[in-house]
Design a protein around this ligand. Sequence first.
Ligand code: GCO
Ligand code: MN
Ligand code: MN
Length: 378
Amino acid sequence: MSIHSPLTPSPADGFTFGLWTVGNRGRDPFGDAVRGVLSPLTVVPELHKLGAYGVSLHDNDLVPMSASLAERDRIVREFQAVLKDYHMHVPMVTVNLFYDPVFKDGALTARASQVRQFAVDKAKKAIDLGEELGAEIFVLWGGREGAEVDAAKDPRDALGWYRDGINALVEYIVSQGYSMCVALEPKPNEPRGDLYLPTVGSMLAFIHTLDHPEKVGVNPEIAHAKMAGLNPVHEVAQAIDQNKLFHIDLNDQRIARFDQDLRFGSDDIKGAFYLVKLLEDSDYNGPRHFDAHPYRSEDAKGVWDFARASMRSYLAYREKVQQFYQDSEIQSALERIRSLNQEGPDLGNEEGLNWWRERGYAYEELDQLVTELLLGLR
Ligand code: GCO
Ligand code: MN
Ligand code: MN
């Protein structure tokens, strides 16, 4: 593969990985870790070598919760030095409000106001960390903001606490003079039985009830939409339509399964094609961010195979999008569909109605052309 191959990633493509993705140790509810700890100081040079633009992180992917202030500052300095050496960026930072047992009843939606306050304070520190690292986006994924027992917590209270918490964080960002925006990441379930605000649509409606809706958008994740049985392309399109696509988590997922975090574009080939087409056709210019895990079967080499393949796949789909626009048969099929629709009569009389009743739309032909394009037959 030559360096000029269109499938070779470069920083200009804007690919980023969460430290927790390549760093995932393969632990699942049934089995222990299969890979060792990967230092952020190793991840940055490796991803740089593969052509990535940068990394994203939770506060505790970098700084352990137990670190003293002095330790924290040393860790951040070392990390900044390696970022600088490799010209790598951190466009997004997030906060871990789900791992520590104190969050078992929720973080921003915990019943206890002391826990909610602790969550807000932890998130503020993560915001400061993001500012230090130059992040423009702060993602909030409410992994523990949900319930199994609705009798124990009125969901209206939970939503109110959620709103108060996010308002406090945005207020903090504004009062500190940071330019950072917040991106809320919906998910229907896992790890809670049900999570509040499970879809892009529910997040968008919620955002309009906040004190600073202009500072808050969404971070849709393909797998989360599929877990809810939804079409991720439509979810992302709705976010774009509302100017609320602030960030995106690219991965893959089979419908009606546990949270699989599959490599982007590895499962639903047509879905990934339409997603890349949507992003490339839109003016979204944020990171192409991967939030997936290498298979548990993999050793260290497999981790970098995973990272390389994530970017290569995105570029391969992007190449297919270009071919879609250059393919004369596909374009004339589209043109026929367009002109058929323009030529059709008004529906004011029986003749007009019957014309529309009887017509075909020729989508079979178009869909097969797209399928064959993706199969490499065109
Ligand atoms: C998940 C989520 C997380 C978040 C991450 C960033 O299903 O576990 O997708 O990976 O994206 O915590 O906030
Ligand atoms: Mn996820
Ligand atoms: Mn995610």
